[in-house]
Design a binder for this molecule. Structure first.
Ligand code: F6P
Length: 361
């Protein structure tokens, strides 16, 4: 057994379903198997940067109820406040990475487990290298775009939410002979749209990785009509661009822009080119909440156990990953260099095309 006995854990970046299940798995393995003490850091890296430090000891009693089933993260999280370029009240950006490292040592931690997406893992890996903080990563994101892992925590639940929405949209689309456009999250990756679109019986799935044309969409709608159906289900990933390549974004906090609006843009174009009444649904953060699916609970549990074992074996700067039906671990340096987008020539796109779904040209 390793001599590590004070383990820190934090969640960073956008929340998703399955984070509490992963925290629970880490706590169970660390306490039940290794006899360590576990500290939950609040609100991502902020908990170690703020003074007083913000943390809580995670005891087994906290997890003997419904934590496995709960959405969100009991620790809180943030997808802002990069410690290397921290937004100050006067509008300037300050490097506060030293505060994070100091906070880690103030708490007397021996290692840190970070549950995050590609952006968070990149920042935390840099922070931990700079401060000689032994760190292990666990991938989570509904976008499923973390390099080196086939699945990240949160993706399966988000896909289920989208499939459920399509199940609800189909009857109303059929009743009114409409085209229903469903805009889903995913940032620059189309995994949610593609997987849920197939499972939810969409006719048209548009993803950032494959260019589309309005004429292609119109032709597909014509085919559907010829087959005797008067309604159409269209799933569009938020990161899709206009036909001529412009991203559609909305202004959010602190003047930042985020994706949003491609569904409305498309609905207007579809109405023009296909002469069909259209309605738009933007699912938004509904995809991030709710109870984790069986798959996410399992993935989170397996990842949590493996991450603690990596710490016990002194194998740091690594991320746990799902590959070929099992949990493995990979160097974080290999993860942060790339991202995992939909393979336009892969099996899932092939299946979609095989079903006659229009997924672009
Ligand atoms: O990365 C997860 C994600 O939900 C994306 O799919 C989405 O574009 C983004 O986060 C939304 O971020 P926020 O919670 O800041 O609106």
């Amino acid at each position: 057994m390793s001599n590590v006995w004070r383990l820190g854990i934090l969640t960073s970046g956008g929340d998703c379903a399955g984070l509490n299940a992963a925290i629970r798995a880490v706590v169970y393995r660390a306490i039940r198997h290794y006899g360590w003490t576990v500290y939950g850091i609040k609100d991502g890296s902020l908990g170690l940067m703020n003074r007083p430090l913000q943390y809580q000891e995670l005891s087994l009693e906290l997890f003997n109820g419904n934590m496995l089933r709960m959405g969100g993260t009991m620790l809180g999280t943030t997808n802002k406040g990069d410690p290397f370029a921290f937004p100050m009240p006067d509008g300037s950006l300050k490097d506060r990475s030293a505060d994070f490292v100091e906070g880690y040592h103030m708490l007397g931690l021996h290692a840190l487990i970070v549950i995050g997406g590609d952006g968070s893992l990149k920042i935390l890996d840099r922070l931990c290298r700079q401060g000689n903080v032994p760190m292990v990563g666990i991938p989570k994101t509904i976008d499923n775009d973390v390099h080196q892992t086939e699945f990240a925590i949160g993706f399966a639940t988000a896909v289920n939410v989208v499939v459920d929405a399509l199940d609800r949209l189909q009857p109303t689309a059929a009743s009114h002979h409409r085209a229903m456009v469903l805009e889903v999250m995913g940032r620059d990756a189309g995994h949610i749209a593609l997987n849920a679109g197939i499972a939810g019986g969409a006719d048209i799935i548009l993803i950032p990785e494959i260019p589309y044309s309005l004429s292609g969409i119109a032709a597909k709608i014509e085919d559907v009509r010829r087959e005797g159906r008067s309604h159409v289900l269209i799933v569009v990933a938020e990161g899709c661009r206009t036909e001529d390549g412009k991203p559609i974004t909305v202004l959010c906090d602190q003047g930042q822009r985020r994706y949003g609006g491609i569904g409305q843009y498309l609905a207007e174009r579809v109405a023009e080119v296909a002469g069909l009444e259209t309605r738009v649904t933007v699912l938004g953060h509904v995809q991030r909440g709710g109870q984790p699916s069986m798959r996410d609970r399992l993935l989170a549990s397996a990842f949590g156990v493996h991450a603690v074992d990596l710490v016990a074996n002194g194998r740091f700067s690594r991320m746990v990953a799902w590959q070929d039906r099992g949990v493995v671990d990979v160097p974080i340096a290999k993860v942060v260099g790339g991202s995992r987008s939909v393979d336009p020539t892969g099996a899932v796109v092939h299946a979609a095309r095989g079903l006659g779904i229009y997924v672009g040209d």
